[in-house]
Each structure stands twice: as C-alpha cells, then as structure tokens.
Design a protein around this ligand. Structure first.
Ligand code: S3P
Length: 455
C-alpha cells in the first residue's frame, strides 16, 4: 500500500489496463445478507445463510445480532463471502445488550436494527463511525415513535448515536415515507411484525423489496398494492402484526450493486469482456443494468435459477456478459435515481465515456450516503479530467473525455473508492485512491479481482 499524495494516508494505485478479461467473484448481496441475519435472529431456531457478503457492513449486523442473544457462527469463509449458522431464541428470547451496538459504517444496520429494537422491551444504543454519525435518523425516529417506541438521538433527534427503548406491543401505523428509502420502509415493516393490527408503508417510488420477499418466504402475508411487481411507481405494503415468523435457510445472490462496477469497467474499456455469475436481477435492483443498456452497453443476460423474473417471492438471478461498448448520453430522472441510488457514482463514470450530455436529475439523497457522494464524485472525476458539473441536486456530464490518472479522495466511502479504481483502468498513467481499502465495507476482494481481470 502506498501513501496518498493528498492526505498522507494509506492509498491504492491503479494503472491503465491493456485488456480486461474474466469472471470476477462477487460478494453476496449486501441488502439481503443483512436481512437474512436479522430474520434468522427474529424467527429463532437454527438457520443457515450461504454466501453472505463478508464486507464490514454485514459483519456489523452479525455482531449486533450476537449482542442481542443469537449465536452467530461463521461456518465457512473465503475472504469475500461467508456462510453463517444462526441459532437464536427468537424475538421473545432476545435480551438487552451489555454495551453500545456498533453499526460501524453501515446505515442499513442502523436503520433496520432500529425497527427491530423498537419492538423489543429494553434499552439499546446504536452508534458507528464518523460517517455514520453524520447520517440522518429523524426519518426513522418519526414513524417508530408513532408506533409507541421511545427513540432519542443527538442534535435534537437528528444524528446518531441513537437510543431506542422498545415496547413489546407496538401500535400499527399507516405511514407514507418522506424520501424513497428501503431502509426506512424495512424498519417499519420489521417493527410492524410485533404491532397490534395491520401496518402499512406507502412509498412514492418502489424501493428494493427484499424484506417483503424474505418475509413472504417465511410465512408472513405481505400484501402489495398494486399487486403487479413491475418495479417503479407508487406502492403500498401491508402486513399484520403478531404472525409467526418461520425459520428458513437462505442462499444469498451475487450483489447487483457490486456487479455494476464490472459492467461499467467492461463497457468503457476498449478491449474488455467479462461474465458475472448468478447476479440478483430483482426488478427493484436492476435499474443500473437497464440504464447501461439504454446507454448502449453490450450486456447479454441469461436467466439462471428457478425464480422467474416477474415472481414476487424469492430472487431472480441471471448471468451477465458485458463487452467493450460505444456509449451514448442519456437523461436519468429522479425515480431512476431512487431505484439506482447505490450505482449513481459508477454510472457517472460511465457517462464520462458516453457521447453527449448525460443529466442526472434529483440526486439529493446522494448527499446522505456514506459521504456526500455528489461532492465526492464531482471532485474525484474532475481531478481525472472529466467534464462534470452540479446545479443543486442535478448532475451534468459531458463526454467522452480522455481521463488522466491523478490522486483521488474517497472520503472513506466504498462506492467512491471502487468508482475511482475502475476509472484508473482506463485513465492514462496511474490513479491513486486515498483509503481505497474502504472498498472492504461491501466488497473485500475488490482489488484482488481488479488485478486478476487485467492479467
Ligand atoms: C439499502 C437501502 C438504500 C441503499 C443501501 C442499502 C437497504 O438506502 O442505499 O445501500 O438494504 O435497504 P436508503 O434506504 O437510505 O435509500
């Protein structure tokens, strides 16, 4: 590891690749891995989770489940993924944790666990690293308080640490989320499992629906209005409190948000071809794939597994093959931003290589992620020679531009680190990525895969 010319801290450097070929290994889906650990703990009994992503975020949730009384055993690990065995007494047998629950860098751990803790009759405190302490929690406090739990946070209930004093019998609510957020929706549904009566969450734009699918596959009657699962559009989800959650083994699909880095790397590189195996292509997660195809990316998709693409239980999977492509600019609207929220940084890099002006409108939620991702992506891509500008919450990128290797700042944000590393594969010279190791938050073997692809 080298020293960052910008901060003097540890940095990675990536040089231009002559050619990219191969099948990068992908981490298990981060969203599904968190949920599998939580649902195994709530259901009780003995559950196996195969192929969970072994990034630091999912490890944080595993640690929290253990602190609440589950036995979380790492049965097999390979430096990227881990198989867990969870033995739990079930929701009624969990106990007050002895110390602060450490979410580390993980907003998903913080939000999902607050929903769970709201329905458990004890005191807990959720905290994390400096980035997590700057992320909004009012969006979670408001609905969970209206269900009857007591929640408090720093700076007038806006920032972590977050205190939760739960209640065994919560009030059911009918709640419309203020921003499209699968974390907030999931927290309310998880709390609703133990509420009196039916809990409904309404969202203006459909966000990822893994919680709903996983609850259904554990015997919970989760109703969707409208019924058809087409992705996009307004949607309402309802479940009844008090139903019994059945234990179930899970196999976690490969993470489409991790796959997006390689889809873009291959599409923008002049001599590339890669295949990504058994990637989750749930309609609420595949927007980045569809946007890249709209930009002209040559992606072929072969369904694998036995879950149909339009099924509303289980997770549809596909092998994706992607090769060097001529990209063109597109217009990405606010609903597409919400649906591809984690892939916007890498899509910005794709846009620097697309002919014409790409606009990304209504991207304000990116400021609330592991870093201010609008600031981070604009500063980093500009340093590499891209033509990118911001007006309020809108981003405009003119392409194509020849990128030139330079030092970049990740702000300790895994998705920025991986975006700048992929940029390094096409930039002239060498690109240094300050604190590139933050990639391990979601993708522990990312730099190993990157070096293997150029070999
Ligand atoms: C996630 C939801 C999204 C996403 C995050 C994972 C989830 O966050 O950015 O990486 O697993 O529910 P928001 O709910 O804040 O949009």
């Amino acid at each position: 590891m080298a020293e960052s010319p910008l901060t003097g801290g540890p940095s990675r450097s990536v040089s231009r690749a002559a050619r990219l070929r191969g099948e990068p290994r992908l981490p298990g889906d981060k969203s599904i891995s968190h949920r599998a650990l939580i649902l195994a703990t709530l259901a009780g009994g003995d559950s196996r989770i195969a192929g969970a992503g072994d990034g630091r975020d999912v490890q944080a949730t595993a640690g929290i489940m253990a602190a609440l009384g589950a036995t979380v055993e790492r049965v097999h690990e390979d430096g990227l993924n881990v198989d867990y065995r969870v033995i739990s007494p079930g929701a009624d047998g969990l106990h007050e944790p002895d110390g602060v629950l450490d979410c580390r860098n993980s907003g998903t751990s913080l939000r999902l666990c607050s929903g769970v803790l709201a329905s458990l009759p004890f005191f807990s405190v959720l905290d994390g690293d400096a980035s997590l302490r700057s992320r909004p929690v009012a969006r979670i406090i408001e609905p969970l308080r209206s269900m009857g739990a007591a929640l408090y946070a720093r700076r007038s209930d806006t920032l972590p640490p977050l205190v939760v004093i739960g209640l065994t019998r919560l009030r059911a609510i009918d709640y419309t989320t203020r921003v499209p957020s699968a974390q907030v929706k999931s927290a309310i549904l998880l709390a609703g499992l133990r509420a009196e009566g039916p809990t409904t969450v309404r969202e203006a734009v459909a966000t990822r629906d893994h919680t709903e699918r996983m609850l259904r596959s554990r015997g919970i009657d989760v109703r969707r209005e409208p019924e058809a699962s087409s992705g996009g559009g307004p949607v309402a989800w309802t479940l009844d409190g008090g139903a019994r959650l059945a234990a179930k083994d899970d196999r976690v699909p490969a993470d489409p948000s991790a796959a997006a880095f390689w889809l873009v790397a291959s599409a923008i590189h002049p001599d590339a071809e890669m295949t990504l195996r058994a990637v989750g292509v749930n309609p609420t997660r595949r927007t980045a794939i569809d946007l890249l195809v709209r930009m002209g990316a040559q992606i072929t998709e072969t369904p694998v597994g036995d879950v149909a693409a339009d099924s509303d239980a289980g997770e549809p999977l596909a092998d994706l093959t992607v090769r060097s492509s001529e990209l063109r600019a597109i217009d990405i609207g606010p609903d597409e931003v919400a649906a591809a929220i984690d892939e916007i940084p890498i899509l910005c890099l794709a846009a620097t290589q697309a002919r014409g002006r790409t606009t990304i409108r209504g991207a304000g939620e990116l400021r609330n992620k592991e870093s201010d991702r609008i600031d981070g992506i604009v500063t980093g891509l500009r340093a590499l020679g891209a033509k990118i500008s911001v007006d309020g919450d809108d981003i405009t990128i003119e392409g194509p531009s020849q990128l030139v290797g330079a030092p970049t700042l990740t702000l300790d944000d895994h998705r920025l680190a991986m975006t700048f590393a992929v940029a390094g594969l096409i930039a002239s010279g060498s690109t240094s990525i300050d604190r590139g190791d933050s990639a391990a938050v979601s993708y522990p073997s990312f730099f190993t895969e990157l070096e293997r692809l150029r070999a």
